[in-house]
Design a protein around this ligand. Structure first.
Ligand code: PEP
Ligand code: MN
Length: 348
């Protein structure tokens, strides 16, 4: 259920309503928009509050949220969620943001080299996996905690915030300490313990779509994070498994405008894992921005032929710079813009 407060309801009014709901053993989540405050009510029997506020003059309406996911729905929060990061970067606002970097952090020198290339091309956030979810146990598994230290060094050098994946609940605190955005990979979209743990730490979370997950399952996974009190969640479409095997996955472009209708959360698109082939990345990234994505995440490697993971889908720094220019033009064509690069003057 949601309780919609009247415009002009005071803090005292809101506190009174919250206290009354919580006294019934239900949980509340506040969405304080510019024009109205909405109180989300979560619990086993939220319907019992339906009649409790008919005489409260600060309450405009008590409504049932029709979707199974609540806090991730547009009904709970009408305005877009904007996630603010260091360096004045915001995901979900007017400007499109570009995250880029290697699939895996392979060492310090290669990461610093890639980070500088990403920054020089105007990229905003550095990606790089330290804990790698590999299909085969014999493939490179990532540098783990050592990789996190290199990410911190790359941020120090370039001023770029960093995003990196966490695979297990026990590593959440360690990853969260270093990362500016914590990534949950496609294979863990329904690792409910991991989702809950990420909901209890303070950093924004990028939640990738499970490789065979429906939009509803995805939004319910986001709900696990939000329901723990972390409302800074972005959804990342990275291709789904279909009958088509010509590409690594099938990029679900329609998911972008659909998510925008159903949810207030920012939408990110990863054209690298969606296609698996570097020559298809630029067109897919352009399509994502044209369809309304708030950010794209692109794999970039200084020498893709030598990459320890996902070389075939990685762009060279030169190709990445070309894509940045294309994305600027597409964003302008659809009435948006690509965000300014990290402030000139930072070291590097
Ligand atoms: C990644 O982005 O590093 C990754 C492993 O992607 P996905 O979870 O989408 O396969
Ligand atoms: Mn990868």
């Amino acid at each position: 259920m949601i309780i919609v407060m009247k415009t002009g309801a005071t803090r005292v009014d809101i506190d009174r309503v919250v206290a009354k709901v919580e006294a019934r053993g239900l949980k509340t989540h506040l969405s304080e928009g510019e024009d109205r405050t909405v109180i989300g009510v979560i619990g086993h029997d939220p319907f019992s509050i339906k009649d409790a506020f008919t005489h409260d003059e600060s309450v405009q309406d008590v409504l049932r949220v029709t979707r199974p996911y609540k806090l991730s729905s547009r009904e709970w929060r009408r305005s877009d969620t904007v996630i603010k990061l260091d360096g004045g970067i915001a995901v979900g606002g007017a400007a499109v943001v570009v995250m880029a970097g290697p699939c895996s952090v392979e060492g310090e020198a290669m990461l610093l080299e890639t980070a500088q290339a990403v920054r020089n091309a105007g990229g905003h956030i550095l990606r790089g996996g330290a804990f790698k979810p590999r299909t085969s146990p014999y493939s490179f598994q990532g540098l783990g905690r050592e990789g996190l230290q290199y990410l911190a060094a790359a941020r120090e050098l370039t001023g770029l915030p960093v995003i990196t994946e966490v695979m297990t609940p026990s590593e959440v605190d360690g990853v969260s300490e270093v990362a500016d955005i914590v990534q949950i990979g496609t294979r863990n979209m329904q690792n409910f313990d991991l989702l809950r743990e990420c909901g209890r730490q303070p950093k924004p979370v990028l939640l990738k779509r499970g490789l065979s997950s429906t939009i509803e399952e995805w939004l319910l996974s986001a709900e696990y994070i939000l329901s723990q009190g972390n409302y800074q969640v972005m959804l990342c479409e990275r291709g789904i498994r279909t009958f088509e095997t010509a590409m690594r996955n099938t990029l679900d472009i329609g998911a972008i405008p659909l998510l925008k209708e159903l949810s207030h959360l920012p939408v990110v698109v990863d054209p690298s894992h969606a296609t698996g082939k570097w020559s298809l990345v630029a067109a897919s990234a352009r399509a994502a921005v044209a369809a309304g994505a708030d950010a794209v995440m692109i794999e970039v490697h200084p020498r893709p032929d030598e990459a320890l993971s996902d070389g075939p889908q990685s762009l060279t720094p030169d190709n990445f710079a070309v894509v940045m220019g294309e994305l600027r033009r597409v964003a302008e064509a659809v009435g948006r813009r690509v965000a300014e690069g990290v402030a000139a003057g930072a070291a590097g």
